[in-house]
Ligand binder design. Structure first.
Ligand code: GLA
Length: 792
């Protein structure tokens, strides 16, 4: 709800309040963002205003009429450049005469219901049309430029989104936008811990914490994408905040390009956060009458720790970002051909894999890279989107028909934003790439990026993809983008002057959105999965079109447990995909148990990526059982409330639980990276259950191969069995060690507060059917179901 009392504006969600006012000088003073507060009139609000009677020496005074006001020490809704506020600016504009000082002053505010689409960028949406929208217009009367600040209030999700727009009110003068941020939040203390999620290829989403008490910390990307180097999602929390207690703010950006999040502490001990497009090498010219939109920023606040903050973000992303058929649908369990065969396949090999997949219960077959042009490695053919007849003599159509006949749906990998120099497309249109025609180019994965700032290229991609997608019975597309930007140069933009290249990175993103918008409209039945060498473009912009994103090229469960845990801070588990792959794992060469690979991947949009044809009967049986479990619990695994647990032993022990919205079903997981002898005790304290309902807690019982116990088996065996011997192998075929059974019935309050004391873990002294096998890389899955009430 949005209230206005005179110059005071208050935005309320179910549990939070955000407020600001128009000052006497017509600036916007930020007043409050935090737990809900009750204010009933403008008169009572003065206590929130900062009091300034005398400005400190050596600061700039705003003007002679307001000698007590220095913008450097005012908390502002946005800050412009050059009038004394020397902190991170929100907006920087240069007019034709070179002046880049600006002073935007309040003109008017309007409150309305519902949300219009942005013209150039995707945004959050509200089908019910009930959200409140506030737009505040400010004008720089010198430069004749209008700044609009838009606020959207998603009450139920406890989310406020902001976006901004510049309108050039001049008839004939061009202005140059050097920076236009999406949100700014000025807080009244300097005791926050900033969390950012950084990484690299196959190493996404490492969590980093910084106490920002002075100076500035910047999280940003300049890869042309939102990047695996620095995800745009950040958190700002009080120092002792835990998963379930304490204050936290979180921010994200609905944008897939170069982004920028700065947290700065002023010399007056106030903290400023700005988020938006990265101003590095950015400039955008707008002529008289034209406007420029900045991406929408998402903000939330929780007084109850990181889990509640994540739930706000999750509900918001699910309901107001992802769209289309698969928003709340069961995502198909898929098999992806990449790690099974890389570029080396033919029709019969693919069909063999598909047959095995069908037998274990997989629902969709994805043909990854290598099906087009003459692509046998990553050196050629990107751009030539016609089938490779040597590998697939009956064409895509022939293959798809056969796969459909097996009862599987079909999905396809494409990388439409790219071109190899060795391709027909490049030979025809070298000028369609981002590269200088006569300067050496720095290649990435042997490929170049197509110039999506060029409308001709945008139309070409739309039509080329339409041809492919409509030629077969296609249910899924993996949309990849495998290199980062270099040689920022568009031959098309070159015609528009020297500085036009500074618009390229943003124009590329707008071009990408045009393509995605058109194709998702043309093919509403297709499930689009985003990918950028794994998670190099994992953001809310792409999630407006792709309902899920390949989280990382690293499929190792022990890496993935950390990555998925960290994605879950800002993104719901239905948004990231995870696959069970083979061991030794292709990225780490690590061996992990098959059940652990499943237990981790199951807490995501799920699939397999391995050569099922090479797997043993036992493995295939286990996979069949995994798939049955996933199918049974798919809705809660994908769409339930996801809870993390505080980890005293930071990186070694992970626990998760997802709880269905109606609180009837939950699935839990505990994973240990490395074992310590004689640590046998674990408690599983559930979260999110209904306290008075009765639940049944069970586990997935897994028998252990006797090989896991090595020569210890001789303490039980009547005959001596040598470790790694043929005899051991033979015995292991018929004899296995029992797995523990957990079965408890109690109330939600008991399970949540008392916690389930799990069976004792193996602690180096003995093993029987009541002992939990919990060694290196072990994990356990638990099921919690409401106990039906018996009607007698
Ligand atoms: C990227 C993707 C992989 C795979 C390959 C194919 O690396 O992240 O999953 O699709 O491209 O070339």
């Amino acid at each position: 709800m949005i209230k206005r009392y005179g110059d005071y504006f208050q935005l309320d969600t179910s549990n939070t309040t955000y407020s600001f006012r128009v000052t006497q000088t017509k600036h916007l003073e930020h007043l409050y963002y935090g737990q809900s507060i009750k204010i009933d009139s403008e008169e009572e609000v003065e206590f929130l205003y900062e009091k300034h009677e005398f400005a400190a020496g050596n600061t700039v005074l705003y003007n002679n009429e307001n000698i007590n006001l220095t913008l450097e020490d005012e908390r502002l809704e946005f800050s412009s450049y050059g009038k004394g506020d020397i902190r991170e600016p929100f907006v920087v504009i240069t007019s034709e005469d070179g002046l880049n000082t600006s002073d935007f002053l309040f003109k008017e505010a309007k409150i309305s219901k519902g949300k219009q689409k942005f013209k150039t960028l995707p945004g959050s949406y509200d089908l019910a049309g009930g959200i409140d929208h506030l737009v505040v217009s400010l004008v720089d009367y010198n430069a004749k430029v209008e700044l609009q600040l838009h606020y959207f209030v998603y009450e139920e999700a406890d989310i406020i989104t902001r976006s901004s727009k510049i309108i050039n009110l001049n008839d004939d003068k061009t202005i140059c936008i050097e920076r236009l941020m999406s949100t700014q939040l000025d807080l009244d203390s300097d005791d926050y811990v900033l969390t950012t999620f950084n990484g690299a290829w196959a190493r996404e989403m490492d969590k980093h914490e910084f106490k920002v008490t002075a100076g500035k910390h910047v999280n940003s990307s300049y890869t042309g994408t939102s990047s695996s180097r620095a995800n745009p999602f950040i958190m700002l929390a009080k120092e002792n905040t835990t998963e379930d207690y304490g204050e936290v703010y979180a921010f994200n950006l609905i944008y897939s390009g170069n982004h920028y999040e700065a947290v700065e502490c002023s010399s007056n001990h106030k903290t400023r956060v700005v988020t938006g497009i990265n101003p590095t090498n950015f400039m955008f010219e707008i002529k008289g009458g034209e406007e420029f939109e900045a991406p929408e920023a998402v903000m939330t606040y929780s007084a109850n720790g990181f889990n509640e903050m994540s739930h706000n973000m999750h509900d918001f992303v699910r309901e107001h970002i992802t769209r289309g058929k698969y928003k709340y649908e069961n995502r198909p369990i898929l098999i992806n051909s990449w790690e099974a065969s890389y570029f080396d396949f033919n029709e019969s090999k693919l069909l063999k894999l598909a047959k095995e997949a069908q037998k274990v219960g997989i629902e969709l077959f994805v043909l990854d890279d290598g099906w087009f042009g003459k692509r046998n490695d990553d050196k050629s053919s990107l751009g030539d989107w016609f089938v490779n007849k040597e590998k697939l003599p009956s064409g895509l159509k022939g293959l798809v028909n056969k796969i459909n006949d097996l009862g599987l749906d079909f999905g396809l990998w494409v990388e439409p934003e790219m071109v190899n120099v060795d391709s027909d497309l490049y030979r025809q249109h070298p000028e369609w790439c981002i590269s200088h025609p006569s300067k050496p180019h720095s290649e990435g994965r042997n490929q170049r990026i197509l110039d999506l700032s060029n409308d001709e290229v945008v139309s070409y991609i739309i039509e080329a993809m339409t041809d492919v997608f409509s030629s077969i019975n296609l249910k899924y597309v993996k949309w990849d983008m495998n290199r980062i930007f270099s040689d920022y140069y568009s031959p098309m933009l070159a015609k528009r002057g020297v500085f036009a290249q500074k618009e390229l990175a943003h124009r590329y993103v707008m071009g990408l959105y045009k393509i995605m918008e058109e194709l998702t409209n043309r093919f509403p039945e297709i499930l689009f999965e985003g990918c950028s060498a794994g998670g190099n473009r994992f953001d809310l912009g792409i999630l407006c079109y792709c309902t899920q994103i390949w989280a990382s090229d690293d499929t190792d469960a022990i890496y993935r447990v950390g990555a998925q845990n960290n994605y879950s801070y800002g993104y719901p588990q239905s948004c990231y995909t995870a696959h069970v792959s083979v061991c030794p794992n292709h990225q780490t060469l690590r061996e992990t148990p098959l059940d652990t690979r499943f237990n981790v991947a199951a807490f995501a949009s799920f699939g397999y990526e391995c050569n099922l044809c090479d797997m043993s009967k036992d493995e295939l049986n286990e996979i069949k059982e995994q798939i049955e479990i996933y199918k049974k619990y798919r809705q809660v695994l994908l769409y339930g409330d996801f809870y993390r647990f505080d980890r005293k032993n930071q990186d070694n022990l992970y626990q998760w639980v997802v709880v269905s919205k109606d609180k009837t079903t939950a699935v839990g997981m505990i994973l240990q990276k490395l074992v310590n002898a004689n640590t046998t005790f674990n408690v599983f304290k559930l979260k999110g259950l209904e306290k008075d309902r009765k639940y049944i807690f069970t586990n997935r019982v897994i028998k252990q191969n006797i090989k896991n116990f090595g020569d210890l088996i001789n303490t039980q065996s009547p005959i001596h069995i040598k470790n790694n011997s043929l005899l051991q192998h033979l015995v292991s075929k018929f004899v296995s060690m029992p797995g523990e059974t957990e079965l408890y019935i109690s109330s939600g309050s008991a399970f949540m507060n008392g916690g389930v004391k799990l069976s004792q873990a193996y602690g180096a002294t003995g093993y029987n059917d009541k002992v939990r096998y919990f060694q290196d890389f072990s994990s356990k899955m638990y099921f919690i179901e409401e106990k039906p009430i018996r009607q007698n």
